[in-house]
Write a protein that binds this ligand. Structure first.
Ligand SMILES: *Cc1c(COP(=O)(O)O)cnc(C)c1O
Length: 370
């Protein structure tokens, strides 16, 4: 079916920037700048400046950013990495594909790692903590880093949903040993296919990621230092992302205005929880606007009838996908989240008028609920 209000609208997103994007692509094609050229280095430099770190290393997905950051932190067979049960599967697959064991803990009310549960999950095998800054909100990095320091662990940030978000004024991806970003088309900074980056102040980790993404080869000497992978961020993608990065602050401001409009419109519905998190130390960028209700499936069906598209991240708990071979964790909050969450339309193209329609529809739905 075609939606009256789609969840995201990639065509109008492109239309707004078409002249600049087309020019960036055509420049690459016309000059033959296809692999590892100045467009990639420019984007990496601008991204590093934006995040507030020394290095950014462009790779071909958020998954590869996580994989190389973990390998760069020395994670391998025999190690455990503590992360959350409520995340995208790539977070966990990166740990498994390093040969390490993921240890899944629960999240708190703001969908981020429950810091109170970390210490009891640490064992002699624990090598790293992998907090996920979900929906555009940074985890409590000061407490996480303090625990990591106390136990001699690395902190790798899954910042795939949080580019531009801050905690205590520091941006996502600037506080741990490394930050991992995704430029999947529907992330806050999206390319036109897969893409990702690692951010870090650690020279050795940046160098290892730079070699791993390019078959282990040091381009200056021709020496292969590792069995690496073919996982470079495409030069053409980097050229487009470099254009879009300049608009990111504007898009973040827009997302926050849309979130505020949802907040005003949806406050005071008893059966509905809206994101209402302490912002004293946080600046959230609302990659997703996630609401919670026990009647989630009925609400979604009703909104669909009204032509309003919604998404659920994620309906089936990760460990119930038996092919992944994960142990069943004790994570009650994650389990109820799987049953209760739904994400409303949210992007740089979402309009105030659309929010009014969505708010009216949500209110109409709940007015029929007992
Ligand atoms: C999108 C995402 C990733 C991975 O991104 P890809 O670029 O698709 O590999 C990892 N973690 C989280 C939380 C994400 O949302």
């Amino acid at each position: 079916m075609s939606y009256h209000i789609p969840f995201i609208d990639p065509r109008s997103h492109y239309a707004k920037l078409k002249p600049e994007i087309d020019r960036a692509i055509i420049d690459c094609l016309a000059s033959g700048d296809l692999v590892n050229r100045h467009q990639l280095k420019d984007f990496e430099q601008h991204l590093a400046e934006f995040v507030g770190v020394k290095y950014a290393v462009g790779v071909n997905s958020g998954y590869h950013a996580l994989l190389f950051a973990l390998l760069g932190a020395g994670v391998g067979p025999g190690h455990e990495v503590i992360t959350v049960a409520h995340t995208f599967v790539a977070t966990v697959s990166a740990i498994v594909n390093c040969g390490a064991q993921p240890v899944l803990i629960d999240v708190g009310r703001d969908f981020n790692m429950n810091v109170d549960l970390i210490e009891r999950a640490i064992t002699s095998k624990t090598k790293a903590l992998l907090p996920v800054h979900l929906n555009g909100r940074v985890c409590e990095m000061d407490r996480i880093q303090a625990l990591a320091d106390k136990h001699g662990l690395a902190v790798i940030e899954d910042a795939a949903q949080a580019l531009g978000a801050t905690f205590d004024g520091k941006r996502a991806g600037s506080q741990g040993r490394a930050g991992c970003f995704s430029f999947y088309p529907f992330k806050v900074l999206g390319g036109f296919g897969d893409g990702g980056a690692i951010t870090t102040n650690d020279t050795a980790l940046a160098r290892m990621a730079t070699l791993l993404r390019y078959n282990g080869e040091d381009r200056a000497t021709g020496e292969y230092h590792y069995h690496g992978q073919t996982a470079l961020l495409d030069n053409v993608q980097a050229a487009v992302l470099d254009v879009k990065l300049r608009y990111l602050p504007e898009w973040i401001a827009h997302r926050r205005r849309i979130a505020a409009a949802y907040h005003r419109g949806l406050t005071g519905i008893p059966q509905l929880q809206i994101p209402q998190f302490d912002e004293a130390r946080h600046l959230d960028i609302f990659q997703n606007y996630v609401i919670r209700t026990r009647v989630r499936d009925q609400l979604r069906a009703y909104l669909k009838e009204q032509g309003i598209e919604t998404l659920v991240h994620w309906q089936k708990p990760m460990w119930e996908h038996t092919g992944l071979g994960l142990a069943v964790p004790d994570v009650p909050e994650t389990l109820s989240i799987c049953r209760e969450v739904v994400s409303l339309p949210m992007s740089a193209e979402t309009t105030a008028a659309q929010v009014d329609v969505i708010v009216a529809a949500v209110r109409a739905f709940f007015s029929t609920q007992p």
